[in-house]
Design a protein around this ligand. Structure first.
Ligand code: G1P
Length: 272
């Protein structure tokens, strides 16, 4: 059973500057709600019970967003009849029970973020989501968990991308393709067009085996001096671990670039 979700939240948000210079990109509102909440709702609907947020110690805003009881209690005391306020606080309280924080003080990569969660990971597999990638209308995490249950393998969310954008993504090579999935036999992070085995890209949802931790522990730093999850996945595939691509049915919204973020509010209101 996949019950835990890791959400790396220690990135610098460079592609969203200056918006992300004060507010972490994951808290920037999209149609009235931070994208982190959209991601959490997707997970909860898919049966996730615990979140592990990987944050830098010196950036307290995400913690404060979810753990600010005193602030809410004070306002509620003053505005006793405000039903909306109580509802909002009720939701925050429900989230609180599900969240654990671990720390990554410098952006050292998604693989490094996963390593920081070691102590808390239970079970054979866990979910990891990148908050830059919203998928709406159809629950991608739910589809992935179903594929994992069926195959017992690991799963990566994927969609076809325009060829001219290939060098922006992790790209998958595969076999045994059906309408909604395939067996992955290659992963290349941000390849040149001529190196790309397909135009199916990794979108930020992964069901990973706990054994990836031992690969990550011994992995040398890759591009930009970071420990990349893609490199660990590559090693596991070489060692015959089964990874499946889930060609998700929902609508993809890019929230990690300024242009994507600018369009996201409009897109989400169209889709939901
Ligand atoms: C990350 C992953 C990449 C994936 C992308 C999806 O890249 O490394 O494989 O395709 O997310 O958004 P980043 O966006 O951090 O450059």
């Amino acid at each position: 059973m996949v019950k835990q979700a890791i959400i790396p939240l220690a990135g610098l948000g460079t592609r969203l500057l200056p918006l992300s210079s004060v507010i972490p990109k994951e808290l920037l509102p999209i149609n009235g709600k931070p994208n982190l909440e959209y991601i959490m709702e997707e997970c909860i609907q898919a049966g996730i019970k615990k979140f592990i947020f990987v944050v830098p110690k010196n950036r307290p805003s995400i913690k404060k967003y979810f753990f600010n009881d005193k602030f809410y209690k004070n306002i509620i005391k003053k505005k006793k009849n405000d039903k909306r306020l109580k509802k909002v606080f009720g939701k925050i309280k429900r989230y609180q029970k599900m969240i654990k924080f671990v720390y990554q003080n410098k952006p050292e990569g998604t693989g490094h973020a996963v390593l920081q969660c070691k102590k808390y990971l239970k079970g054979t597999h866990f979910l990891m989501l990148l908050a830059d990638d919203l998928i709406v209308k159809k629950n991608c995490s739910k589809e992935m968990i179903a594929l994992h249950k069926r195959t017992k393998g690991s799963v990566i969310a994927t969609k076809r991308v325009e060829r001219k954008t290939i060098s922006r993504w992790g790209i998958l090579g595969f076999k045994n393709k059906t309408k909604n999935s395939f067996l992955i036999n290659e992963v290349i992070e941000k390849p040149k067009l001529i190196e790309a085995p397909s135009n199916y890209a990794i979108i930020g949802r992964y069901i990973l085996p706990k054994k990836i931790l031992s690969v990550l522990k011994n992995q040398s730093r890759g591009k930009g001096g970071e420990i990349h999850i893609t490199d660990a996945i590559k090693t596991l595939i070489k060692n015959n671990e089964k990874f499946y691509g889930n060609i998700f049915k929902g609508k993809y919204i890019d929230c990690g670039t300024l242009q994507g973020f600018v369009n996201s509010g409009h897109k989400i209101s169209k889709y939901l």
